[in-house]
Design a protein around this ligand. Structure first.
Ligand SMILES: [Zn+2]
Length: 157
């Protein structure tokens, strides 16, 4: 018996005695005889989940990184496209001004982007931390991002 057949057997055994809705269409799967929902045809499987996933601080951390990253990328992208057009028509002074004003935002996106990727890739390690440690990571990230954004605006103005 292969892993898939055993999983399907466990699923049908579970659904003989328990009721569960289809995750796609919410149709009741009680007494299901295969791994396909009879209503919508979705393949279903039996899984083990945790009711105690500590996601709140991780989601907050992602937002603390994604908001400055998105802001910097949109700002640099939008003004960069405009500056490139002006450069195309021969105004080299304006492109130098753009580089002088935008480089902190380029650095900010270069800082927050990889941190965002690291937060996603190392999520399981983050989830295992105590909540006080998660909160500390979040607070340090917010302080770093606020200081970085502040430095960007201070430099630009
Ligand atoms: Zn369904």
């Amino acid at each position: 018996m292969c892993e898939a057949d055993r999983g399907s057997g466990l699923l049908t055994t579970f659904l003989e005695q328990n009721d569960a809705p289809c995750p796609v269409c919410s149709y009741s799967l009680r007494r299901l005889t295969s791994d396909k929902c009879p209503e919508c045809g979705a393949t279903v499987e039996l899984r083990v989940g945790s009711v105690d996933l500590k996601l709140a601080w991780w989601i907050a951390l992602l937002l603390a990184l994604a908001i400055p990253f998105g802001f910097a990328v949109i700002l640099v992208g939008f003004t960069g496209a405009h500056a490139a057009l002006i450069f195309w028509y021969g105004d080299r002074e304006l492109i130098e001004l753009w580089i002088r004003q935008m480089w902190p935002f380029i650095v900010l996106s270069g800082l927050s982007g990889p941190l965002l990727v690291a937060a996603i890739r190392r999520r399981r390690r983050f989830w295992r931390l105590r909540r006080s440690r998660q909160r500390l990571w979040f607070c340090c990230t917010v302080v770093l991002m606020v200081l970085s954004l502040g430095a960007c605006f201070w430099w630009t103005v």
